[in-house]
Design a protein around this ligand. Structure first.
Ligand SMILES: CC(C)(COP(=O)(O)OP(=O)(O)OC[C@H]1O[C@@H](n2cnc3c(N)ncnc32)[C@H](O)[C@@H]1OP(=O)(O)O)[C@@H](O)C(=O)NCCC(=O)NCCS
Length: 334
């Protein structure tokens, strides 16, 4: 049998730098309720959301991803032409072909391998794990991971189960070799028997609409699943990193909904003093972008700092989920 050589890469990997892009326009609950049959009070009580951001016409998905990626490259001190791979997680790139990642890579000045990942709101944590393994496996030295969504284009503004929840934004990190491990083993999986719970369908849109699909969600089913099933997954991520909850400085779950975050945190019996990400209050649910946006928000507000140990967990359409313990990297502009 012919012997095929395989590569081996870095012994340890970490996120080297993080960047975000938040769209300009802040949208209040009152503005959402100009069309939606709801109220600011109901939305805040049931979801914690006070405001969210919607991207304008010139803030395309590719543009937001590129801006976040440029910031992540700057924060990490890695040049675009050093990237070996670009992985872009999204559910709202309007075309299957071409993927968004090669377009973003080109805008950055990179000819790296580039592909999109579709794992719903868990896309960033999936891509982060793949990136770490690419560097450890030797197929890339530096990998750019982007989570980006323009969900405002995929909303039915009259749908009481989704219109107030979802929003736009982008976050990116560069993953590369490190002296100490800064990305723990992933705990991940899927439950496709619940694939009907979060979907995209034609909904209210005309067949010839530019973005013909809208997001649909059985919110109560998500609520029954996430805070309970995800507690075991988060515990597995901490165990497999060789840590206990008392080693964790910050809990940064996908910003689905404040009630999910708080129920999950209670179920995890987090020790006193762990900082908990609550960026959903200001940013809404930005799906694959929510975890890097939440990391940036915690650093900006002084709730966490560079070098802290953070427990990430993300979950959503699929149903898909992924969790890992990480070291918080430097963030551009902070
Ligand atoms: C969407 C969500 C906020 C709805 O809250 P809920 O308490 O489950 O709401 P229900 O659908 O059971 O409806 C409860 C009541 O509120 C009303 N209601 C539902 N949506 C409403 C809205 N947007 N505004 C005002 N009232 C609303 C219903 O009509 C119902 O009224 P009734 O009791 O008089 O019949 C909740 O299910 C949720 O947060 N789910 C998780 C969603 C999520 O985070 N997904 C992210 C996936 S990654």
């Amino acid at each position: 049998m012919t012997k095929i050589s395989q590569r081996t890469g870095a012994a340890a990997t970490a996120m080297l730098g993080l960047g975000v892009y938040r769209p300009e326009r802040v949208v209040t609950n009152d503005e959402v309720c100009e069309v939606l049959d709801s109220s600011d009070e109901w939305i805040q009580t049931r979801s914690g959301i006070r405001t969210r951001r919607y991207a304008g016409e010139d803030e395309t998905l590719v543009e937001m991803a590129t801006r976040a990626a440029q910031a992540a490259l700057e924060a990490s001190g890695v040049a675009a032409d050093e990237l070996g791979t670009v992985i872009l997680a999204t559910s709202t790139h309007a075309q299957h072909t071409p993927a968004a990642a090669p377009i973003v890579a080109d805008k950055l000045g990179s000819r790296a391998a580039a592909f999109d990942v579709g794992a719903g709101c868990a896309g960033f944590c999936h891509a982060l794990s793949v990136a770490s393994d690419l560097v450890r496996g030797g197929n890339a030295r530096y990998v750019l991971v982007i989570g980006v969504e323009k969900l405002s284009l995929f909303l039915d503004p009259t749908d009481r189960g989704t219109a107030f929840i979802f929003a736009d934004g982008a976050g990116a990190v560069v993953v590369g070799p490190a002296a100490e491990a800064g990305i723990g083993p992933v705990a991940w999986g899927s439950d496709g028997s619940q694939s009907h719970v979060i979907t995209q369908d034609r909904g209210c849109r005309d067949a010839d609409a530019e973005h013909p699909l809208v997001v649909r969600m059985e919110g109560t089913a998500v609520f029954r699943w996430a805070p309970f099933a995800m507690a075991d997954v988060a515990r597995e991520a901490v165990d497999s990193a060789g840590l206990t909850m008392s080693d964790v400085d910050a809990f940064i779950p996908h910003q689905a909904n404040l009630r999910i975050t708080e129920t999950l945190a209670r179920n995890l019996k987090l020790p006193e003093g762990i900082a908990i990400a609550r960026d959903v209050q200001d940013s809404g649910n930005t799906s694959a972008a929510s975890v890097p946006l939440a990391i940036e928000a915690m650093l900006r507000k002084g709730e966490a700092k560079v070098g802290d140990t953070a427990l990430l967990i993300a979950f959503g359409a699929g149903l898909s989920y992924a969790s890992q313990v990480v070291t918080i990297p430097p963030v551009a502009g902070l």
